[in-house]
Each structure stands twice: as structure tokens, then as C-alpha cells.
Design a protein. Sequence first.
Length: 126
Amino acid sequence: MKNVRGQGEEGETKVKEKSGGTAITKEKFSEEKKEFEKKTKEKLDELDKKIDELEGKAKEAGSKAKAEAKEDLHKLKEKRASLKKDMEKLEASSKRTWEKAKQKIENAMYELEESYKKVRDKFKSE
């Protein structure tokens, strides 16, 4: 996607995408990006706390449940680590790659939350 640069009325640089034709200032893009990163990190921090709680419950579970929980928790942590790497890439992304990276993060976050719920529900049913 080719970008066209122009000056706004107040002299601010705007980036206009050919496909959508909408002008987004660099400042607005930067703010949007920071807000998304902040909200995503808050969600991840909350999910980390919940995963830690599940680990505590797993330690108290019987041997069969403990073995299953250990495997499930390991998978959750792998997904979490992958998401962390994606977040690092997002921080370095440009406007050109932003939407694709953002969508990837949103999808990974959804998958991680759903995986957490499945593991949590196993504990509730025991």
C-alpha cells in the first residue's frame, strides 16, 4: 500500500492511505497504538494473575488432575509467551504493518482467553 504525504491546515504531517482515502495524523496513530498496547498489557497482566491462581489450584489437585492441569497450564504459558513476542513486534510496527499486527494480537488474545476458560472450567467440574 503506497502512502501519500501532505500538509494539514495547521502544518501537521498527515498520512493518507490510497485504499481508504482517510487521513490519519502521525500523532493520532501513535496515540491509538499506545492505547491498544496499554489495554492489551492490562488484559495480559490480569490473565497472568488468573493463570497463577490456576497453578495454585493445580498443586492442590489429585495426581490425575494435577498431571492434566500441568499440561494445560504449560500450553497456556506457551500461548502467553507467543503473545508476548507478538506484542514486542507490535511495538516496533509501522503504520503500514499496524492493522495486520493488531489483528494478530487480538486473535491471539482471544485464543488465550478461551484456553484459560477451558482450563478453569476443568477445575470447576472437579
